[in-house]
Design a protein around this ligand. Structure first.
Ligand code: MG
Length: 135
């Protein structure tokens, strides 16, 4: 599992979902949490945190957002030399489920279909961690 000191970026255009994810992370003991409301702002946070030697270590991003969708943010991250290995979890709705193949092709670490339980959330985090660090 990710250490509780992991710096996590939550990206979602809905404040209620950001709160939900933040609360579930807090329950699991995580304390280093930053939020963004769309993919464009998220990219700025990724670059700024990296420049300050405080890089984001896990992204949990919504799929459907204005400006830059989660899938496009994922593709941008994976095509960047700096962030290509960054663990990246996508939150999808049922409607987006059919597009998940594209996210898998683009290198998503895990995806979580909304709504989700705390148990599923924890399992997905564990699986994402193993995918990146227990090869
Ligand atoms: Mg959304």
């Amino acid at each position: 599992m990710f250490p509780t000191s992991t710096r996590i970026l939550i990206v979602d255009d809905m404040a209620s979902i950001r709160d939900l994810v933040r609360n579930q992370l807090k329950v699991l003991g995580f304390t280093e949490i930053i939020e963004s409301e769309d993919g464009v702002l998220a990219w700025t946070v990724l670059e700024n945190q990296y420049a300050q030697a405080n890089p984001i270590e896990l992204v949990i991003s919504d799929w459907n957002m204005p400006k830059m969708k989660g899938l496009d943010l994922l593709k941008k991250v994976r095509s960047s030399q700096v962030f290509e290995q960054l663990p990246f979890i996508l939150l999808t709705s049922e409607a987006e489920r059919e597009q998940v193949t594209e996210a898998v092709m683009a290198g998503v670490s895990q995806y979580i279909v909304k709504p989700f339980s705390g148990k599923v959330f924890e399992e997905k985090l564990k699986t994402a961690y193993q995918k990146h660090f227990k090869k």
